[in-house]
Design a protein around this ligand. Structure first.
Ligand code: NAP
Length: 244
């Protein structure tokens, strides 16, 4: 898919048991990287992605961790580094989308969303930075959303988590640029995964006339990985939707 050679690299994809994360894990493996497939609870799904990678001759492990918890992230990074080597590609993809109207949103919904969608990216970035700095090479890609800048279909908590992720992206990018580490975001909208719960009706809002595919998000991530000069940017893919 990418034409890139990532065979000397180790990638960690959070939330890679299904959906967009799984497609990114498969893309990384196809480009030759060793891949850690993180998941929260669906071990069988994660193991199936690992098996698919291994069947094609790649190296991969599945690693359980709730990435909203610092101790779990530390343990995950230690486990991956021991099994595959130091991580120099991090894809912060794990996320949740609790659909709530303004009047129904609870404090717990808000806190959980910020912890899983935003704090996790901070925790994982901090945990992999020492290895990237030692190598003077790193790629961090944060999976944001059109909801960082548009209304979106989930709720204000989700908007805030994804806008925060883009702030994190630019902040880290500015501070790490001299160390060979790029930090970018990819912001898709309306990708057909479990998260969208079969909402194919939403396709009528998309000028292209269909929802996006997870592998199309993986293609955008691949573009970012191959570019040393681009950092602090957000790549948007949304089938031609304009923000209102
Ligand atoms: P999905 O199909 O619901 O998959 C979510 C993945 O995240 C699963 O692998 C899940 O693991 C994992 N996960 C959830 N909470 C976690 C936690 N606390 N720790 C570790 N892993 C966790 O979602 P998706 O549609 O592929 O979305 C992936 C990312 O893209 C999310 O950040 C989402 O916000 C973003 N995004 C999606 C869309 C879209 O239209 N689908 C649009 C814009 C942005 P388990 O399988 O073990 O539960």
């Amino acid at each position: 898919m990418t034409g890139q050679d990532l065979s000397t690299h180790v990638g960690l994809v959070t939330g890679a048991s299904r959906g967009i994360g799984a497609a990114i894990a498969l893309m990384l493996a196809e480009a030759g990287a060793a891949v850690a497939v993180n998941y929260r609870e669906r071990a069988a799904d994660a193991e199936a992605i690992v098996a698919e990678i291994e069947a094609k001759g790649g190296r991969a492990i599945a690693v359980a961790a709730d990435v909203s918890h610092a101790a779990a992230v530390t343990g995950m990074v230690q486990q991956v580094s021991a099994a595959l080597g130091p991580i120099d590609i991090l894809i912060n993809n794990a996320g949740i989308a609790i659909v709530r109207g303004v009047d129904d949103l609870t404090e717990d919904d808000f806190d959980r969303t910020i912890a899983v969608n935003l704090k996790s990216a901070f925790l994982c970035t901090q945990a992999v930075l020492p290895a990237m700095r030692a190598r003077k090479w790193g790629r961090i890609v944060n999976i944001s959303s059109g909801a960082a800048r548009g209304a979106g279909a989930i709720g204000v908590h989700y908007n805030a988590s994804k806008a925060g992720m883009e702030g994190l992206t630019r902040g880290y990018a500015a501070r790490l640029v001299k160390e060979g580490i790029t930090v970018n975001a990819v912001a898709p909208s309306l990708i057909a995964t479990d998260m969208m719960g079969g909402r194919t009706d939403l396709a009528r809002n998309i000028p292209l006339g269909r929802m996006g595919e997870a592998k199309e998000v993986a293609q955008a991530v691949a573009m970012v990985l191959g570019n040393s000069y681009m950092t602090g940017q957000t790549i948007v893919l949304n089938g031609g939707m304009a923000f209102i």
